[in-house]
Design a protein around this ligand. Structure first.
Ligand code: GAP
Length: 444
C-alpha cells in the first residue's frame, strides 16, 4: 500500500485533500493522472450498462436529499455504525474494527458501551439555520433512482425488466476512514437498479453477480484475486433479502469491492403512497407523505404490482485502488516500475516525444502528430517536450501509457517515427502515415 500511495502522489494520481491546511481524514483529491483514470473507469462502466445494452436508462440526480427520502428509505433509523469512546485517550472507534476490543491508539480496554452513530451528513438549505430546513448529503446514489422511477417510466417506453443506472458522489461520515481510498467520507458509486417481476428476482440476481464479476476481470483484475461472498443473513442491510459481495484482495486484505443486493420491493414500496393497495412483501414503514405510487401494471391481467430490484453497487475508489494494485509491477530486469493498465483505462493513451527539447522543427512535427491522434477521440494524448527520452519512457511506464511515439531527426528526413510499447519495450519504426491505423488497431 505504501508504494501505491507514494506513486499516486509522485505521479499526480491522488493527493490528500486540503493538504496545505493539514488535510481532512477520509478525503482525497484526484490529480491530472487520477482524474483521467477515474473518468476512464466510469466511462467503461457507463458504456457497459447503457450503450452496450438495450434495457437500461441513465440518470444524474441531485446529491442533496430531502429528509423524507432518507426517512422512508430507512436510513434515518438504521444507517448507523456502533461507536465506542476510549475513556483513557478520548479517541473514538467503530467497535467492529477493533482487535480484541482494545483501543488502537493507547491499547486500553476501558471503552464505553457501543452506541449507534448515524453516518449521514446534514446541511442547511436556505439562509435560515433553524433546523427546520435541512437536507442530507446522500449516503448512497440509488434513492433518487427510486424517487425518479415514475418519471423515467413516463418519459420512456420501458417495460419490466429494465434498469436505471447512475454514477455520482455519496457521502458517509465514517468513524474511522482508513486504508487510503478504500474507506473514505466522500466517494463515488456506480449503481444500477434493475427492476424485475417478483419471482424472477433470484434468476436476475445470479445473472448480475456473474456479469459484474466478469466485468472486473475485463478491467484487468486477475480472477484469482476476486471471490464471491454470500453475505450472512445477520449482516444484510435492512433492505436486502440476499447480497453477494465481490471481494478483492486489496493490499490491506480481502474486502468488498462491489455488492449485488436483492432489494426486493422494499424501496419502491417504502416511497409509495397507499401502500395497502399493493401486496408489498417487505416490511416497510407506513408512508403518508409520498404523492405517488411507484408500481407498474401487468399487461395481461391489468393488475398493478411492485417490481423487485436487483442492485449491483460498485465503489469507484475501490475499483481504482484494485486496478492500481493489479497493474503495479516492479520490473527487476529493466529496473523500472510499470503500471500495466489495460489501455482503455490508461490516463494517457500515447505520449508524443520530440527527441530534442524546444527544437522548433521537431516540436512542430510532434504537435501535429499529437493533434491528429487526439482527434480520434480515444482519450488524452500528451505532448512531452521535456528532453530526456530515457526519463520520459520511465515516467510513462510508471503512469501506464501504452505507447510512446518519438519524433527525431530521421522523422524530418523520411517521415518515420519510433513507436515504443510499454509492456514489451520493443521499438519499431513506422511511417507517420500509418500511425493513425496503428493507433486505432492498438485500442480496438
Ligand atoms: N446502494 C447500496 C450501497 O450503497 P454499500 O455496500 O453500502 O451499498 C456499495 O456500498 C459500494 O460503495 C461498496 O461496495 C463500496 O465499493 C462503496 N463504498 C461504500 N462505502 C464506502 C466508503 N466509505 N468509501 C469508499 N467506498 C465505499
Amino acid at each position: 500500500m505504501d508504494e501505491l500511495v507514494s506513486l499516486c502522489k509522485r505521479r499526480g494520481f491522488i493527493f490528500q485533500s486540503n493538504d496545505i491546511y493539514g488535510g481532512i481524514k477520509g478525503l482525497y483529491d484526484y490529480g491530472p493522472m487520477g482524474v483521467e483514470l477515474k473518468n476512464n473507469l466510469k466511462q467503461t462502466w457507463w458504456k457497459s450498462m447503457i450503450y452496450e445494452r438495450d434495457d437500461i436508462e441513465g440518470l444524474d440526480a441531485s446529491i442533496l436529499s430531502a429528509p423524507d427520502v432518507l426517512k422512508y428509505s430507512g436510513h434515518e433509523d438504521t444507517f448507523t455504525d456502533p461507536l465506542v469512546d476510549c475513556r483513557s485517550c478520548k479517541s473514538r472507534w467503530r467497535i467492529d474494527n477493533l482487535d480484541n476490543k482494545l483501543c488502537p491508539n493507547c491499547k486500553s480496554g476501558d471503552l464505553t458501551e457501543p452506541r449507534p452513530f448515524n453516518l449521514m451528513f446534514k446541511t442547511n438549505i436556505g439562509p435560515v439555520e433553524d433546523g427546520s430546513s435541512f437536507a442530507y448529503l446522500r449516503p448512497e446514489t440509488c434513492q433518487q433512482i427510486f424517487t425518479n422511477f415514475k418519471n423515467i417510466l413516463d418519459s420512456t417506453s420501458r417495460t419490466i425488466p429494465f434498469g436505471i443506472a447512475q454514477i455520482g458522489k455519496a457521502f458517509r461520515n465514517e468513524i474511522t476512514p482508513r486504508n487510503f481510498i478504500f474507506r473514505v467520507r466522500e466517494f463515488e458509486q456506480m449503481e444500477l437498479e434493475f427492476f424485475v417481476e417478483p419471482g424472477t428476482d433470484e434468476k436476475w440476481h445470479d445473472y448480475w453477480v456473474k456479469k459484474r464479476f466478469n466485468w472486473w476481470v475485463d478491467q484487468g483484475i486477475n480472477s484469482n484475486n476476486l471471490e464471491l461472498l454470500d453475505v450472512d443473513q445477520d449482516d444484510l442491510s435492512h433492505y436486502s433479502s440476499k447480497t453477494v459481495d465481490i471481494m478483492y484482495t486489496f493490499p490491506h486484505g480481502k474486502e468488498e469491492l462491489e455488492g449485488i443486493a436483492n432489494r426486493t420491493d422494499f424501496d419502491l414500496g417504502s416511497h409509495t403512497k397507499n401502500q395497502k393497495d399493493f401486496n408489498i412483501s417487505s416490511k416497510v414503514s407506513k408512508n403518508d407523505k409520498s404523492t405517488t405510487k411507484l408500481a407498474v401494471q401487468n399487461f395481461e391481467n391489468k393488475k398493478w404490482y411492485m417490481p423487485f430490484v436487483i442492485e449491483p453497487s460498485a465503489g469507484v475508489e475501490r475499483g481504482f485502488l484494485a486496478i492500481l494494485n493489479e497493474s503495479y509491477k516492479y520490473d527487476e530486469e529493466n529496473s523500472r516500475t510499470v503500471l500495466s493498465l489495460k489501455p482503455h483505462l490508461s490516463p494517457i493513451k500515447a505520449a508524443v516525444i520530440p527527441l530534442k527539447r524546444n527544437n522548433e522543427e521537431l516540436v512542430n512535427k510532434a504537435k501535429k502528430i499529437k493533434n491528429n491522434l487526439q482527434k480520434i477521440g480515444l482519450g488524452r494524448i500528451m505532448l512531452e517536450n521535456t528532453g530526456n527520452i530515457g526519463k520520459n519512457y520511465r515516467r510513462h511506464d510508471e503512469i501506464g501509457t501504452p505507447i510512446c511515439i518519438t519524433v527525431d531527426f530521421e522523422t524530418l528526413e523520411n517521415n518515420t517515427v519510433t513507436v515504443r510499447d510499454r509492456d514489451t519495450m520493443e521499438q519499431q519504426r513506422l511511417n507517420q502515415d500509418d500511425l493513425k491505423t496503428y493507433y486505432e488497431n492498438y485500442f480496438d
